[in-house]
Design a protein around this ligand. Structure first.
Ligand code: KIV
Ligand code: ZN
Length: 524
């Protein structure tokens, strides 16, 4: 039977809704927190990617979470915007307020249904949980016709009870029913069986969208998501780069490319513009400071690299010998010489459009263009990757409280290295002149002199954006404070400048974290 959904209308029976939870399940995992501007930037990229539903956050969790869901609802056009809520009335009311301005909106409400969760976490009898299901969905429907109900720990729930809960949620007006594998315990056969049983046994289940939400604790999230489709699910909840609680969620890019590449096995359609997958993945890495591992499917540095002689030989004869999809189809471009020091602002703007940036705002464009000119002066060839690193750096940093202004470093084997650093802190330029055991140490000491803090430096690493000795360095810095750690990234042809940018990126995140969770924020 065809589903007539309040936000999607009459749905093709093979249409799969892509529900992105990078900004909720992904963002709540350790090290991945984002500030408001970073979330908006990411939400815009997800909208451009073509996700159908964008879970913008958990509004009751903190005033910051509420504000980011509200701002995304106000500004990001395209996807259905949803906010998560538990079953308590206050949670639902808060979620309803946060999503109010969205053109298309959804409330996603959940409660645990497994014996373990009901007994130890909720301390509720099953019949009480059932009442919560009905009441929470009924209340959520007062804010929007599009309500998703989730059975937390659904895959470890007694099947008879799960069927009763799903039936209650549908009767109360839920339009999407999500059965999450919250702890990543299921195997593909379980997922297929659970969904086909729900579809067969619950009255009205064929009139709502069934949804799957798989965690990756056994490395099975993507396989489980695809198996759910075979059982009748038509919404996949997933995240960019597979980020999420513990081992993460099903990775959006893997799910989408598995569907596209193996249509024989997965004859489904979705609205994702796959050529934007790499860009979206890289933006998330830049914002969070976490690169994906080199061998990560689709978006890892080695995903389309061919090293062995036999493979290279095959590739030269016919790329299909070792490639099951083209690199271009997911956004990789043949490394190309793009622009030089004579290129103007208009050409730079065109280039950004070609690279999929759209409008980054005049301030970020001007700053990025200035940095591009400096880069083009220093570097013999400027590649697309250089521009991506530079612009991501600029866009991500344009709203930060602490900004890099300039750095001079004197280093060598004779005198103790010295760094003179200028930073702008809340609009005021401050200078420090410090020495250190090496040039990086001197520069980091200068940061500490300008902006005193107690965070511990846990990791400092350096990589190259492209090849050659004039390549831009990409540095990562991890800072830890009060048991919480954040990663920052920075890119520049000067390795010490890249290191300082990475340190400042991490420091800004720490400041945001403190402001978000403790009003007595760190002061300069
Ligand atoms: O993993 C889970 O069960 C969740 C729900 C809130 C959907 O994230
Ligand atoms: Zn989850």
């Amino acid at each position: 039977m065809t589903i007539n959904h309040p936000n999607f209308g009459k749905m093709d029976e093979n249409r799969v809704v892509i529900f992105d939870t990078t900004l909720r399940d992904g963002e709540q995992s350790p090290g991945f927190s984002m500030n408001l501007n970073e979330k908006i930037r990411m939400a815009e990229a997800l909208a451009a990617l073509g996700v159908d539903v964008l879970e913008a956050g958990f509004p009751i969790a903190s005033p910051g979470d509420f504000e980011s869901v509200q701002r995304i609802a106000e500004t990001v056009k395209g996807p259905v915007i949803t906010g998560l809520s538990r079953s308590a009335p206050n949670d639902i009311i808060r979620a309803g307020e946060a999503i109010r301005a969205a053109e298309r909106k959804r409330i996603h409400t959940f409660i645990s249904t497994s014996p373990l969760h009901m007994k130890y976490k909720l301390k509720m009898e099953p019949e009480v949980v059932l009442e919560h299901v009905t009441k929470s969905v009924t209340l959520a429907r007062q804010y929007t016709d599009d309500v998703e109900w989730s059975a937390e720990d659904g895959t470890r729930t007694d099947m008879e009870f799960l069927l009763r809960c799903v039936e209650a949620a549908i009767k109360a007006g839920a339009t999407t029913i999500n059965i999450p594998d919250t702890v990543g315990y299921a195997v593909p056969e379980d997922m297929e069986r659970i969904f086909s049983t729900v579809l067969e046994k619950v009255p009205g289940a064929d009139q709502v969208i069934l949804s799957t939400h798989c965690h990756n604790d056994l490395g099975l999230a993507v396989a489980n998501a695809l198996a759910s489709l075979r059982g009748g699910a038509r919404q996949i909840e997933c995240t960019i780069n597979g980020i999420g609680e513990r081992a993460g969620n099903a990775s959006l890019e893997e799910v989408v490319m598995a569907i596209r590449t193996r249509q024989d096995n997965n004859p489904y359609i979705n609205g994702i513009e796959t050529t934007r997958l790499l860009r979206t993945s890289k933006l998330l890495s830049t914002i969070t400071g976490f690169d994906v591992q080199p061998n990560k499917a689709i978006v890892g540095r080695n995903a389309f690299a061919h090293e062995s002689g036999i493979h290279q030989d095959g590739m030269l004869k016919n790329a299909a010998t070792y490639e099951i999809m083209t690199p271009e189809s997911v956004g990789w471009q043949k490394t190309s010489l793009v622009m030089g020091k004579h290129s103007g602002r208009a050409a730079f703007r065109d280039k950004l459009n070609a690279l999929g940036y759209g409008d980054i705002g005049d301030n970020a464009l001007n700053d990025a263009f200035t940095r591009f000119k400096i880069l083009a002066d220093r570097k013999k060839v400027v590649y697309d990757e250089d521009i991506v690193a530079l612009v991501d750096d600029e866009v991500v940093r344009s709203h930060e409280a602490i900004k890099f202004v300039s750095l001079e470093v004197w280093a060598g084997s004779k005198d103790k290295p010295r760094a003179v650093l200028e930073l702008e802190v809340n609009g005021v330029v401050k200078t420090a002149d410090e020495r250190g055991d090496g040039p990086v140490d001197a520069a980091f000491n200068a940061i500490r002199a300008i902006f005193p803090h107690t965070a511990e430096l846990q990791l400092f690493s350096v990589g190259a954006v492209t090849e050659g000795t004039d390549a831009q360095a990409r540095c990562t810095v991890r800072l830890a404070e009060d048991g919480k750690s954040v990663d920052g990234q920075g890119a520049d042809t000067d390795t010490i400048v890249a290191a300082v940018r990475a340190y400042i990126h991490a420091l800004n995140k720490l400041v945001t974290k403190r402001t978000r969770h403790a009003p007595e924020a760190l002061s300069a």
